[in-house]
Design a binder for this molecule. Structure first.
Ligand SMILES: [Zn+2]
Length: 168
C-alpha cells in the first residue's frame, strides 16, 4: 500500500497530528481504533499542510498542528488565540464554567439545561434524573436534563477541575 498522510485527532485527546495511512493505529473509533477524525489523504506532508490550511505555528496549549479548514469565525479565531480546534473548544468550556449551569464531575464536563420540556426523549441522558452537589455550595441540584460535553483532555486538567459530585 502506498504511504499517504492524513491529519487526525484522537479520542479523549487534544491536538491534531499527522499520521501515515500504513500505520496500524490509523483507524477510526468505529473501526476499533482511537481516531475521531481523519482528513483526506495526501501524497506528501507539504500537500497536507496546504490542503488542511495548517498555520505555520503550533498550538500554544498542546503543541499540535492548527488546521484552519473550519467555517467562520474559526480560522481567524484559532490564528488569533494560537490554539488548535480542540484546545479552543476547551478554552471556551473553561470560560463557560463561570456559568452555574456548567459542572465538571470526575473529569467530565456537563451542562444542566432547564427541566421544562415535556418529552423525555429530547432531554439529556434520555431524561434520567441526576442529583448534583457543587463543591462551593450545600445546595443539591436535581436535574432530568443533563448534557455531557466530553472528557477533559490531559493538558486541560489543571485548568478544568472537578467542581461538583453526583450524589445518590
Ligand atoms: Zn491544541
Amino acid at each position: 500500500m502506498d504511504k499517504k498522510y492524513c491529519l487526525v485527532t484522537q479520542h479523549y485527546k487534544e491536538g491534531q497530528f499527522i499520521m501515515t495511512t500504513n500505520d496500524p493505529n490509523c483507524k477510526m473509533v468505529y473501526e476499533g481504533g482511537t481516531l475521531t477524525s481523519m482528513s483526506p489523504k495526501y501524497d506528501s506532508i507539504e500537500e497536507l499542510k496546504i490542503g488542511q490550511k495548517i498555520l505555520d505555528f503550533e498550538c500554544t496549549h498542546c503543541g499540535g498542528l492548527i488546521s484552519t479548514t473550519y467555517y467562520k469565525p474559526y480560522p481567524e479565531l484559532l490564528a488569533q488565540r494560537k490554539l488548535c480546534f480542540t484546545c479552543n473548544f476547551w478554552y471556551e468550556i473553561k470560560e463557560l464554567l463561570k456559568d452555574r449551569t456548567r459542572v465538571v464531575i470526575e473529569g467530565v464536563t456537563y451542562k444542566i439545561e432547564p427541566d421544562n420540556k415535556t418529552n423525555d426523549s429530547f432531554k439529556g441522558h434520555g431524561g434520567r434524573m441526576f442529583k448534583i452537589k457543587r463543591f462551593d455550595s450545600d445546595e443539591i441540584v436535581i436535574t432530568k436534563n443533563l448534557w455531557c460535553n466530553g472528557h477533559v483532555p490531559e493538558s486541560w486538567k489543571l485548568e478544568i477541575q472537578d467542581n461538583a459530585v453526583f450524589i445518590q
